[in-house]
Design a binder for this molecule. Structure first.
Ligand code: TYD
Ligand code: MG
Length: 453
């Protein structure tokens, strides 16, 4: 009798072990091993003669197919996808529970005009889905069919009978194949289910969205092991204290991974934030010291963000340095440069730096803005509120060249800023923009002169 070989699979990374272990030797997670029975869905061996019929195709004989992308009619989603949805593509949408994945997918489904959408849910009842769709105040939902089912064999049957143009699976962790003995959500179930849906997407040329939940650690548990199988991995994320949601591509076979889409969660669903800088800057107060507007690149898009600094005399002996959204060591470096090159004595002051809006920046181009905010707070002189500052600061106090200068200048001008202070070396080659005054600087002192007067 053939021995039944059970194996233990790490639910975090998919590592296999013949016996149970407490700590995964591959990813180091604890208590992640689950016993999984061997797959009874062995792929049947090809008949011996069949393999000889497979022929490679010379690449030059291949006609170039123009992929006509399907527009989701939501600009932000289209851009992140690389210009629309590619037929037959498998897209994984990951994110924390409750972030709005189901809402986003329903909005995509509602926005589609001609396409028939099959929305398969394993988490909610069809009534709940309907309620959500009503909440989204959609005037059209004729093209959407709902199915509350988790058995993939039954689902496949439904798909075979219908002719959907788009399928949404909410979520991949709830789906299972009855032939496999492990529980839904386990690595082998998630993998098998995805492989099946991948084949379906490719053979029938139907785009499929897979929703996947992410664990607290920020890893797509389960879905992590299918990232290599899907064409596109999108991540929907947000900050706990803000209503903004950011959609970004972590992997995209059909486009760039630089793009991001920004949404805001409202009572009636997600709304696109067309002009993120405006949204981020709306709470800005004019005329207070210690605040500079900087331009930071997020993907291929410039963002105008306010950086704030507060410099106060130390009352407990050791001066405090504190940052939110900015690298602590970078702040120490900037403080040292300000001491040595500008002659600012900060040794008896506490320095706090905050990037407004809960954003995290790790781009050196914001150095200049941080430095001017610190100087402004120390001297209690407000920074010119009509100006934007960008530039990396070197150890010698010099302002170093940065990238994407054209875009940053355009964005600042578009939002009504009057002046932009940037590295002198970036000035040449920059097209004259009538709307905004361009001020090139070589050293911190010049920038402070221009911005603090
Ligand atoms: P949901 O799409 O169910 O999240 P996920 O599928 O990622 O788990 O959205 C959950 C949250 O969004 C929930 O807390 C309620 C909120 N929400 C709104 O604020 N407005 C809306 O119009 C909808 C539909 C949801
Ligand atoms: Mg959901």
């Amino acid at each position: 009798m053939a021995k039944v070989l059970t194996k233990y699979v790490c639910q975090s990374c998919g590592y296999n072990s013949p016996r149970w272990v407490g700590k995964c030797p591959n990813c180091g997670e604890w208590n992640t091993f689950v016993e999984e029975a061997p797959s009874s869905l062995r792929i049947s061996k090809k008949p011996a003669g069949a393999s000889s019929k497979i022929e490679p195709i010379p690449m030059e004989e291949l006609e170039r197919e123009d992929v006509s992308r399907i527009s989701t009619n939501i600009e932000e989603v289209d851009r992140v996808l690389g210009g629309g949805l590619v037929p037959g593509s498998l897209v994984l949408l990951g994110g924390d529970p409750g972030i709005g994945k189901s809402t986003l997918m329903m909005q995509v489904a509602l926005q589609l005009k001609e396409q028939v959408v099959l929305y398969i849910t394993g988490e909610e009842s069809v009534q709940q889905i309907k309620l959500r769709a009503e909440r989204l105040k959609a005037d059209r939902s004729k093209n959407i069919s709902l199915l509350a089912e988790t058995n993939l064999d039954l689902i496949l049957d439904v798909i075979e009978r219908g002719e959907p143009d788009l399928i949404v699976i909410d979520s991949i962790q709830t789906m299972y194949r009855p032939g496999l003995e492990s529980a839904p959500g386990s690595v082998s179930q998630v993998r098998e289910s995805t492989a099946l849906l991948l084949r379906l997407a490719k053979t029938r040329s139907i785009p499929i969205f897979l929703i996947g939940h992410v664990t607290k650690e920020g890893m797509i548990a389960g879905p992590r092991v299918i990232e290599h199988m899907v064409d596109t991995v999108l991540q929907f994320e947000g900050e706990a204290h803000y209503t903004y949601r950011v959609l970004r591509a972590l992997k995209n076979r059909f486009g760039s991974t630089n793009e991001i889409g920004i949404f805001e969660m409202h009572e009636t669903g997600l709304r696109e934030v067309k002009n993120p800088s405006e949204a981020f800057l709306s709470e800005r107060r004019y005329g207070t010291s210690g605040s500079t507007v900087v331009s930071s690149m997020e993907g291929t898009r410039p963002f105008l963000i306010e950086v704030q600094a507060l410099v106060t005399p130390t009352s407990y002996g050791v001066p405090q340095r504190n940052t939110t959204g900015f690298d602590y060591r970078r702040l120490s470096l900037l403080l040292a440069v300000l001491e040595k090159r500008v002659g600012m004595h900060l040794g008896s002051y506490d320095v706090f730096v905050n990037i407004a809006g809960g954003v995290k920046i790790d781009e050196p181009a914001v150095d200049l803005g941080i430095a001017t905010s610190i100087a402004s707070s120390l001297r209690d002189v407000p920074v010119d509120s009509t100006a934007v500052a960008v530039g990396e600061i070197g150890l010698g106090g010099e302002i170093r060249t940065i990238g994407n200068i054209e875009k940053r200048v355009q964005e600042a001008a578009k939002l009504g800023f009057k002046r932009i202070v940037l590295p002198q070396n970036n000035v040449k080659g920059l097209k004259e923009n009538g709307e905004i005054e361009i001020i090139g600087v070589d050293r911190i002192e010049q920038a402070l002169e221009a911005l603090l007067g």
